[in-house]
Design a protein around this ligand. Structure first.
Ligand code: AMP
Length: 210
């Protein structure tokens, strides 16, 4: 199955992507994680991305499209994948079509902006493997360290309140038009993103079967 997860930053789409990935045995392709890894290892693409990410703006389409194109050619994507954070603009969605990728389902996770602001202040991310936690809603059992790899949990630079405001604006301006794009293709399903992780996961998995 080939799935896209749409949603503003802080809607919990990364967590849902992890759940779907475990349930459907398909890889999770998170462009945010790929970009952060490229920044950490200072690849040319990572260096190009850095200022955009840290100020809450989108990385230019051509940089991200090339990363995704390379990733989708890996053998583990042959039976399906879940795209988390891509596409984020209409040209990115068109590029995906040009790659010949047929998407089965687009899940749009909806959370009010006010709740997103609250959630992001509590978000923690593993500095080593990129796994996401929340101090209240999805805490690590190991406190300040990652359950999966033991890495240190940190607050992302782009989770600062003023950067979150900018990212939400970017989402409404540039990513939200994708809802109409996929609605017109008939494969968009809305998922109510307020509730416990378990409740939202149940909704996500049933939306995949709808
Ligand atoms: P995320 O972890 O998905 O919120 O992504 C973190 C940051 O990476 C975003 O604020 C953007 O700067 C950048 N980014 C991730 N995915 C994309 C994308 N598809 N297009 C452009 N920029 C992206």
């Amino acid at each position: 199955m080939k799935i896209i997860l749409l949603g503003a930053p802080g809607t919990g789409k990364g967590t849902q992507a992890e759940k779907i990935c475990a349930h459907c045995h398909i890889p999770q392709i998170s462009t945010g994680n790929i970009i952060r890894e490229a920044m950490k290892t200072k690849t040319p693409a990572g260096q190009k991305a850095q200022d955009f990410v840290n100020s809450g703006k989108l990385v230019p389409d051509e940089v991200v499209i090339e990363m995704v194109d390379d990733r989708l050619k890996q053998p583990d994507c042959a039976n399906g994948f879940i795209l988390d954070g891509f596409p984020r603009t209409v040209p990115q969605a068109q590029a995906l079509e040009s790659m010949g990728v047929h998407i089965d389902k687009v899940l749009d996770i909806e959370v009010p902006d006010q709740e997103i602001m609250q959630r992001l202040t509590g978000r923690r991310v593993c500095a080593e493997c990129g796994s996401t936690y929340h101090i209240q809603f999805n805490p690590s059992q190991k406190g300040e360290n990652c359950d999966k790899c033991g890495g240190q949990l940190i607050v992302r630079k782009d989770d600062q309140p003023e950067t979150v405001t900018q990212r939400l604006q970017v989402y409404h301006d540039q990513t939200e038009p994708l809802k109409d794009f996929y609605q017109a293709k008939g494969n968009l399903v809305m998922v109510e993103g307020v509730g416990t992780v378990e409740e939202i996961t149940a909704r996500t998995l049933s939306a995949l079967e709808a």
